[in-house]
Design a protein around this ligand. Structure first.
Ligand code: HEC
Ligand code: HEC
Ligand code: HEC
Ligand code: HEC
Ligand code: HEC
Ligand code: HEC
Ligand code: HEC
Length: 348
């Protein structure tokens, strides 16, 4: 590509384009990619991170409370802030910690966890909000024992790398130049988090040196599982780091790759065959049948893929059962597609 010295109007166009492409301004893409730009902003992924001010769950709960041993937790709304407060004991010996919540993680499809900033260090709240009970409970992964000090009761201090990772999976442009910058990020998984070169793509229309982002639709099953797996965890990540128990049901790439249906080179079993990453509107389970029948068909199926003698529709209801993870207050769809007989142990 030819490099030219940009003139002022082009520079301005470039700056506008850069700020647009880095985030939620799907509107900038809408002129040319109406379909994706219309549905994507209402996906769960687009709302995977919210500021405390813009979090609907925090905004609609004036006071949330939780107790464990001598520790009392409250999250109280004050204007557009939510104050996370932990107190221990009562009377003159009582201790208290409070801080405004910085960020809320998770749309709250099931749960929502808070990140707190205390003197420049990041903490994961020890308690999270859960939709099923409309109240607080321990954060997934938090040690269930009563903490031994107020300091421990606040939550888990994150390493620098740990905090970077949280934001990198739940936000867009969180690590400009490889360094976490929460002032610059755009909350949620937006266009530019998945599509590279969108700045150059937009700027290119101003300069007529058109840059087309990589065509992700050309990825193989394996490449797609690894692409989605950068956040949903890859097969290799779980195989090496675990968890090696049933809680890995929430990591779809690992489960799917373990299924006998999986073929790294067959596009019929890609994540994007069954999911449009730009649209997660609820679908009837039967609407996934045609994806199974692309291989499991008497006429035009895949060699070796047999027919079912038991069911004809809603294949996923029997072969991709929902598995409840109690501590997450959630049910996950098991992507380890298989014959799942009642009472059989769930593989992991
Ligand atoms: C940058 C990280 C990231 C990438 C890449 C990513 N996801 Fe997600 N995804 C998330 C997060 C975070 C959530 C949880 C959203 C929530 O509920 O807060 C999620 C949720 C989902 C959901 C549940 C519905 C929803 O939107 O809440 C589906 C389905 C999904 N992702 C599919 C995919 C597929 C398919 C791919 C690959 C094409 C993919 N994701 C790539 C981070 C990512
Ligand atoms: C979670 C990751 C993710 C996000 C966020 C995302 N995309 Fe995509 N996009 C993909 C993947 C994967 C493909 C290829 C698979 C497919 O065609 O569905 C794709 C394909 C596309 C295509 C080509 C579609 C086609 O039919 O040829 C366009 C255009 C596009 N995305 C635009 C956008 C725009 C605009 C946004 C923001 C409003 C956006 N994407 C957000 C992952 C994402
Ligand atoms: C002025 C119109 C225009 C705007 C604005 C625009 N695009 Fe595009 N985009 C195109 C054209 C033209 C192509 C090439 C299509 C092709 O080659 O099939 C393209 C291709 C793409 C592709 C590759 C599609 C594929 O086939 O996989 C992606 C991804 C994409 N654009 C994302 C975006 C995103 C994200 C934005 C907003 C930040 C955006 N585009 C804004 C016109 C536009
Ligand atoms: C490797 C990428 C990645 C990292 C790192 C990550 N998350 Fe997530 N997170 C996801 C994905 C993908 C989902 C959706 C699937 C699931 O529930 O596991 C999710 C889901 C969640 C949910 C549940 C959303 C809901 O609606 O139920 C919360 C809360 C959450 N993450 C908080 C955090 C916090 C806090 C951190 C840092 C301590 C963090 N995440 C680090 C990718 C990541
Ligand atoms: C890419 C093609 C492909 C797709 C898509 C696919 N399968 Fe399969 N499936 C196969 C093949 C091939 C086998 C046989 C593998 C073997 O015997 O080693 C198989 C095996 C199975 C088995 C038997 C597994 C076992 O452990 O004995 C079940 C059940 C099954 N598939 C159900 C489904 C359902 C339900 C769907 C849709 C949700 C689906 N498959 C999608 C190719 C596919
Ligand atoms: C009501 C539950 C149910 C539904 C719905 C269902 N199946 Fe099955 N399927 C089973 C059971 C149970 C078996 C094991 C039968 C046996 O004992 O051999 C089975 C077996 C299979 C096998 C293995 C066949 C073999 O000969 O090894 C495949 C492949 C399969 N199903 C695919 C599908 C597909 C594709 C659909 C949707 C069109 C579907 N199933 C719908 C319950 C179901
Ligand atoms: C053969 C079809 C199929 C494939 C391939 C597939 N999924 Fe799914 N997925 C489903 C079904 C069915 C559901 C449940 C939908 C429902 O109940 O609303 C689901 C649900 C999900 C959810 C929501 C959370 C949950 O546990 O219900 C996420 C996230 C997700 N899939 C991610 C992925 C990723 C990432 C890949 C690729 C590794 C993938 N899926 C491949 C069929 C598929």
């Amino acid at each position: 590509m030819r490099s030219v010295r940009p003139r002022l109007p082009i520079l301005i166009a470039l700056c506008v384009a850069v700020s647009a492409a880095s985030g939620q301004h799907a509107a900038k893409c809408a002129d040319c990619h109406r379909q994706q730009a219309t549905s994507q902003p209402s996906t769960g992924m687009a709302h995977a991170l919210q500021s405390a001010a813009s979090s609907p769950i925090l905004g609609s709960h004036s006071k949330l409370a939780f107790h464990q041993g001598p520790f009392a937790y409250t999250i109280e709304r004050q204007g557009d802030q939510s104050i996370y407060r932990v107190t221990s004991g009562s009377g003159p010996a009582a201790e208290e910690f409070s801080v405004p919540i910085s960020w809320s993680f998770g749309l709250g499809a099931a749960g929502q966890t808070y990140l707190l900033n205390r003197d420049g260090r990041w903490y994961e709240s020890r308690v999270s909000f859960y939709k099923d009970t409309d109240s607080l409970d321990l954060t997934v992964g938090a040690r269930p024992e009563v903490p031994s000090s107020l300091n421990e009761a606040i939550g888990r201090e994150l390493s620098k790398k740990g905090a970077e990772e949280c934001f990198n999976c739940h936000a867009t442009g969180a690590l400009p130049g490889g360094v976490l910058n929460t002032d610059k990020l755009t909350a949620g998984v937006q266009c530019a988090r998945c599509h590279e070169q969108t700045e150059a793509h937009l700027a290119g229309f101003e300069t007529a040196s058109v840059v087309i982002p990589p065509k992700l639709g050309r990825m193989s099953s394996e490449e797609t599982a690894d692409f989605c797996g950068q956040c949903h965890r890859t097969w290799a990540t779980i195989a090496i780091q675990g968890p090696h128990n049933i809680t890995n049901v929430r990591f779809q790439p690992y489960r799917l790759v373990n299924s006998r249906c999986y073929d790294a080179a067959d596009a019929r079993i890609r994540c994007t065959t069954c999911h449009d990453p730009h649209n997660d509107a609820p679908r009837a389970l039967a609407s996934f049948d045609k994806q199974c029948q692309a291989c499991h068909s008497a006429t035009k199926g895949k060699p070796g893929a047999k027919l079912c003698k038991v069911g004809k529709s809603e294949c996923a209801s029997c072969h991709m059962p929902k598995v409840e993870i109690k501590e997450a207050h959630n049910k996950f769809t098991d992507h380890w597609i298989r014959i799942a007989r009642a009472g059989d142990p769930i593989p992991h």
